[in-house]
Design a protein around this ligand. Structure first.
Ligand code: ZN
Ligand code: ZN
Ligand code: ZN
Length: 643
């Protein structure tokens, strides 16, 4: 909308600007709408840092006064705005405002004329305020989005509604969010270019943090608090990767540990162009060279299933580590094998295989394996070829601390949420904020547990111990064979040999103390009978002290871009090139991280009540503006427009 030219001529004369520029003395308190929020008034002589601040202030004020304005003149040095009712035939409102960039004030913007007061009356706003633009909203949500990158448009709408008592459209909220993210992280190219400066700034402010970047491999990093905390977790790491959205796509690789209470503990990350043997080897090399606690860790166990060729690379880089399969991943591969061989009853065999892998009882294991053998020798051989020690709990020797599965996609969901489409620095920052909140939450938990004084162990272990203690009370008295060896008969009437050579370690022929690193019912029976404390038999990784140490590292506030270290060839802080432009075929369909295991078994024969098509229902209908799927499409558009 443009004001008509005749009117403009009368007010827009250069003399008027220059005269105003000279008569008013500068006012010391400059208004910055970022800090000041919505100004209670706009007055003559008011000074702003720049035009954006000025416009945001006028927008906020107009919205709070329920009046609308239109631009008459808007360029690099001048701004003239009129009330939107300036040409209303019934009731003219002659409110207007001039402001200009003042050379005398070193480029600050000054309001030279404003008034007379609005004489117009606006109807109650229904469709949103004309001056409540996505740019204006962007300014208001930017500080929040910085800390909450997964902020949904719905939340943007709610915030604007509570602040200005005005409802904005979903698309406007989306657009405002996109603008905010772009102005925080810059373009994808710029995000790559200054990436190592950003990482160096992180390294300097978060002690212990390591990173490695190369011109083509992009980035590997691990935050200091994660590195120091992982030493107090079980020596088990699982590896996984997920592809990213955004202009250059790429893949995020992670090494995840498990804390004492079974929570995922992300240790190291890498963003690479694609998931391949080569990029995994690069990841492991960095993990070995940069993260000392992994290199020096005794009895390291690495769980992974990606890229069979990686087994060799892993053995070369970590010669002392043992390799284990994730039971869930193995089951998926097993399923594929059975289908390929057209072996009947795939589901049944998979269940048997899974039970065999996760049982700690040799009787169950033998029964399951015999069943598989009877159904099909080939199905049995496949499992034996995979080496039972690598996939079954029973033959694992305790290396994996009974961690049978890794659901790293859960980790991705937790750590990345909606950050997958962000420029690379946004990804790093989003992971940073998610780890920060993880650390804060879990250290608050452990303080609570310590105060309650219920147990010296984390809740999961405490529950297991209490259950086992109750069971031990029902066991008959053990027979002492010699000073450190006992015979215990449990409720299933099987005799077990318990050996307790010292008060710190114990073994039992039921294998459970060796597998779980927590005493079994037989050991607890013996300890109770001899009046020994059985707590020292529990692995230190399950103590509240270890848990507290795990989350004791401190994150610090990230420095703003202005104070990042400069490029420095010697220190390796070089500009990175964004990888060659690549786009996967088709639209990204979802924000959730799925793998083959997360897929539902059947899509069902649903019929939509909205569009009468098959395969979905009203709530997920792509043609229904109120459905979740429709909104996902909007998300897709968002990613597409950013590309
Ligand atoms: Zn007016
Ligand atoms: Zn036992
Ligand atoms: Zn439908």
């Amino acid at each position: 909308m443009e004001a008509d030219n005749n009117y403009k001529e009368t007010i827009d004369t250069s003399e008027e600007w220059d005269r105003n520029d000279q008569c008013d003395p500068p006012i010391p308190n400059i208004v910055s709408s970022n800090e000041a929020g919505i100004p209670s008034e706009i007055y003559e002589g008011q000074i702003f840092h720049n035009k954006e601040d000025l416009q945001a202030a006028i927008n906020g004020w107009s919205i709070s006064q329920n009046v609308e304005y239109i631009n008459s003149t808007s360029n690099k040095s001048r701004l003239t705005i009129l009330c939107s009712q300036y040409n209303n035939v019934h009731r003219v409102c002659s409110w207007r405002l001039h402001a200009s960039r003042s050379k005398r004030l070193g480029g600050l913007w000054k309001v030279s004329t404003v008034g007379p007061p609005h004489s117009c009356t606006q109807p109650v706003m229904l469709g949103g305020h004309h001056n409540c633009t996505s740019k204006f909203i962007c300014r208001h949500i930017m500080p929040i989005i910085k800390q909450q990158l997964d902020m949904k448009p719905k939340e943007v709408i709610a915030r604007i509604e509570s602040k200005f008592e005005m409802k904005i459209s979903y698309m406007k909220a989306w657009d405002a969010r996109r603008k905010a993210i772009e102005s925080i992280f810059g373009s994808y190219e710029e995000s790559y270019r200054s990436l190592l400066r950003f990482m160096e700034a992180i390294r300097l402010t978060q002690p212990g943090t390591v990173y490695g970047g190369s011109r083509f491999k992009a980035l590997f990093w691990a935050f200091g608090p994660s590195i120091s905390g992982w030493q107090y977790c079980r020596p088990v790491l699982s590896l996984d990767g997920t592809f990213l959205l955004g202009k250059y796509r790429g893949t995020l690789l992670v090494a995840v540990g498990i804390d004492g209470n079974g929570g995922l503990f992300p240790l190291a990350f890498a963003i690479v162009e694609s998931e391949s043997n080569e990029s995994w080897v690069w990841f492991l090399k960095n993990l070995h060279d940069l993260v000392d606690v992994v290199k020096l860790r005794q009895n390291l166990c690495i769980i992974y299933d990606k890229h069979p060729g990686l087994v060799r690379g892993c053995r070369e880089i970590f010669p002392n580590a043992v390799h284990r399969h994730c039971l869930r991943h193995l089951r998926e591969n097993y399923k594929k094998f059975l289908r390929r061989k057209a072996i009947p009853d795939v589901e049944g065999l998979c269940i048997n295989m899974y039970l065999a892998g996760s049982t700690d009882d040799i009787v169950n294991f033998t029964r399951m394996m015999n069943h598989i053998k009877n159904v099909k020798q080939e199905a049995y051989d496949w499992l034996i070829e995979r080496d039972v020690s690598k996939w079954s709990l029973l033959f694992d020797n305790g290396c994996r601390y009974s961690i049978m599965t890794t659901n790293a996609s859960e980790c991705f969901n937790g750590v990345l949420k909606r950050a997958r489409g962000l420029p690379i620095q946004g990804l790093v920052m989003s992971i940073y904020y998610n780890l920060v909140s993880l650390f804060v939450r879990r250290s608050a938990d452990v303080e609570k547990w310590l105060v309650s004084g219920e147990s010296e162990f984390v809740p999961r272990t405490m529950d297991t111990l209490q259950r086992t203690e109750r069971e031990a009370r029902r066991c008959p008295q053990p027979i002492t064979i010699n000073r450190g060896e006992f015979e215990v008969v449990d409720s299933s009437c099987r005799p077990h040999r318990v050996e307790i050579p010292s008060h710190q370690n114990c073994t039992c022929t039921c294998k459970r103390p060796q597998l779980y690193h927590v005493p079994c019912v037989h050991v607890i029976t013996v300890a109770g009978y001899r009046r020994w404390n059985h707590n020292p038999f529990v692995s230190q990784y399950f103590t509240l002290n270890s848990y507290r140490e795990t989350y004791s590292g401190l994150f610090h506030v990230l420095p703003p871009k202005g104070v990042w270290p400069n490029f420095c060839e010697v220190q390796g802080i070089i500009p990175l090139l964004a990888p060659a432009f690549r786009r996967r075929a088709g639209r990204p369909r979802t924000n959730r991280f799925r793998n083959t295991m997360d897929e539902p078994n059947s899509t069902g024969n649903k019929r939509c009540g909205h569009c009468k098509q098959n395969g979905h229902n009203r709530a997920t209908c792509p043609n229904n503006p109120g459905s979740s799927r429709y909104k996902t499409y909007l998300n897709d558009d968002y990613f597409t427009t950013m590309c």
